[in-house]
Design a protein around this ligand. Structure first.
Ligand code: AGP
Length: 616
């Protein structure tokens, strides 16, 4: 989730690039850079850290150039560093590129280009792009770009330029790309054309833009924009007039960052699984684990998972998955508990920690205690180079981009997606599951982003429905099996942003206490997928109904029986049971979000909460 900006015109480009990058800083950055076009080459300046570090780098230089591209990086491949920062160029300094996205087949392209004599300087996937374009470049930049992008697999938004053909080429296949003509609006540039990954970056200069769609590219000159498909056929597009103010622009029109991040989940799950499986072979590709897969996991006698909050719920799902796909025993503990008890950890213990921020104090203390006892540590993190990531023996990064809302949403579903891959990987490596079994799950997993889009279409109904719950004081969330942790997560989402008390419970435990609470004043939200405990869950619901309780069910599409029992039903697409936690989470996120909005709560920064709890 990086930030991209470019301009070609007759005004000094550096102030525009820096200003635009600053407006995208919230998207996350661990490094930033700009490339400026001269008549006979480029000037490239890149810095690790914040935009202000880049500003400091260039403050004593004078740049009269009027064409350039800029980038803020949220690392996915390659640690945050100057050489991994964008823009990237080919080794003959003819082409320069910035990217948002992931090139899935970059290793095979890189190997081929190295054989052709290309010299690489970074660990990034992006760097293959300028080298590949340079292979086809004969002075016609759009033609070379079209040839090169046909070989790219993955999701990418690109800005490309060359001093030999000084036009800007904007390409979209996945992440957003917006282009527009600068307008004379007093404080703007007034002439030239612009491109960016975010409206926020160029809103000051133009309010009339084209949103490129997948498979489209734009060729920007000083005073014209040519829109084509990847084959070069001209395309017609409507201009969109932007009415947002700058703050709204950062939220891309959503009311809150949390809402935006809920709606980013089709893309963030897609980006997280991309490049990490071989469907044909029925196998998983997690090269980051190579160092710790000692004797194909037979070296370990058990797995100990630890995290806090939402990430701890992900660990609970991970336990179901790993024990389903392998014979390894899995224990789960809160970081705050693990750090103070005397857990039996030694060199035959594989520890797995999960942390969006990679800075949570309790999780960090727990993994340090485990490492001291000889444990091997794999972490699932969303922040490259975070403390937990740096102290792990192996890290699997979720590719969500920064999660701004304090209540975790997209990071959680991405963690679940990684856990499916990790559990399948262990199952394949220990021989517990076959290639065919793995392929069947992968085929379902690849469809999940589309299923999430289907569930998100119920947002309006959930918004309307949630109005009736703003005055409730208590909620009970129930789930069984692999969906029990999702009941906990749904309860946490509601209580942390609406301040309504909510409790998650295994449905089978209700009669051991919580049933005493059932009344018409305490809605019972239940996850009811048609799995091996479906009948049991239905009888739990009938116990609720028999005590005048109100049941809100999240159920499989096509399940008619539940309609006769629950008071309200929201259906989600039926998928493999092991993937149902990802989908069932979405309506619970939306329910919590809309109840909190109806109550006028500060959804993005709830009272008393911090995005990363870096203290005990
Ligand atoms: C999640 O909605 C909460 N904000 C909180 O429980 C969070 O999951 C917990 O603090 C762990 O954070 P981490 O994933 O950054 O380690």
């Amino acid at each position: 989730m990086c930030g991209i900006i470019g301009y070609i015109g007759d005004r000094p480009v550096v102030p525009l690039l820096i200003d635009g990058l600053k407006k995208m800083e919230y998207r996350g950055y661990d490094s930033a850079g700009i490339a400026l076009l001269k008549n006979d080459g480029f000037v490239i300046r890149r810095a690790q850290g914040k935009i202000k570090d880049l500003e400091k780098l260039i403050q004593s230089e004078d740049f009269p150039m009027t064409t350039g591209i800029g980038h803020t990086r949220w690392a996915t491949h390659g640690v945050p560093s100057e050489e991994n920062a964008h823009p990237h160029r080919d080794d003959k300094n003819r082409i320069v590129v910035v990217q948002n996205g992931i090139i899935e087949n970059y290793m095979e392209l890189k190997e081929r280009l190295i054989k052709l004599g290309h010299v690489f300087t970074s660990q990034t996937d992006t760097e293959v792009i300028p080298h590949l374009i340079a292979e086809y470049f004969d002075g016609d930049l759009p033609k070379a770009v079209r040839k090169a992008i046909k070989e790219l697999k993955g999701a990418f938004a690109l800005l490309i330029t060359s001093w030999e053909d000084p036009r800007l080429i904007a390409v979209r296949e996945g992440p957003p790309m917006i282009v527009g003509k600068a307008e004379e609006n007093g404080n703007g540039i007034g002439s030239g054309t612009l491109a960016a990954s975010d409206i926020a970056a160029i809103l000051e200069y133009t309010k009339s833009v084209y949103f490129l769609d997948d498979g489209e590219m734009a060729i920007l000159s000083h005073d014209s924009i040519e829109l084509t498909d990847f084959d070069g056929n001209p395309i017609e597009k409507e201009i969109t007039k932007i009415t947002w103010n700058p703050i709204q622009a950062r939220k891309e029109g959503y009311q809150h960052f949390m809402q935006k991040e809920i709606f980013q989940q089709p893309e963030t799950v897609r980006d997280t699984i991309m490049g990490r499986y071989n469907l044909e072979a029925g196998d998983i590709i997690l090269d980051e684990l190579k160092e710790i897969e000692i004797d194909n996991y037979t070296n370990y006698n058990y797995i100990l998972m630890t995290a806090c909050g939402t990430a701890w719920h992900a660990c609970l799902v991970g336990k179901y998955l790993i024990e389903r796909f392998s014979d390894l025993r899995v224990e789960v503990d809160y970081g705050s508990e693990l750090r103070y008890r005397d857990p039996k950890i030694d060199k035959k213990t594989l520890m797995i920690s999960i942390s969006q921020s990679g800075e949570t104090a309790d999780t960090l203390a727990a993994i340090r205690a485990g490492k001291k006892k000889g444990g091997t540590l794999v972490s699932i993190c969303n922040v490259v180079g975070s403390t937990i990531a740096r102290e792990s023996d192996a890290v699997i990064y979720t590719h969500c981009g920064p999660e701004i809302g304090v209540a975790s949403t997209k990071a959680f579903t991405a963690q679940l997606a990684v856990l499916v891959l990790l559990a399948l990987n262990i199952g394949r490596k220990t021989g517990k599951i076959s290639a065919d079994e793995c392929r069947a799950i992968l085929q379902d997993l690849i469809e999940i982003p589309q299923h999430i889009r289907t569930v998100l279409k119920q947002d309006g109904a959930l918004k309307e429905f949630s109005k009736h719950y703003r005055d409730k004081k208590d909620f009970l969330y129930l789930g069984r099996g692999i969906n029990y942790p999702i009941a906990l997560e749904g309860a946490l989402k509601l209580k942390e942003i609406s301040y309504i008390h909510a409790e998650g419970y295994p449905a089978g435990e209700m009669k051991h206490g919580p049933i005493a609470l059932i009344s018409s004043d305490m809605p019972v939200v239940t996850l009811v997928t048609q799995n091996n405990v479906y009948e049991k869950t239905l009888s739990n619901l009938m116990e609720v109904k028999a005590r005048d309780g109100e049941v809100i069910a999240i159920a499989d599409e096509g399940d008619e029986r539940i309609n006769g029992i629950a008071d309200h039903v929201f259906h989600v697409p039926k998928v493999s049971e092991v993937l149902s936690p990802i989908l069932l989470t979405i309506p619970l996120q939306l329910l919590a979000y809309h109840v909190a909005v109806h109550l006028g709560c500060d959804v993005d920064q709830p009272r008393n909460l911090a995005k990363s709890v870096t203290v005990e």
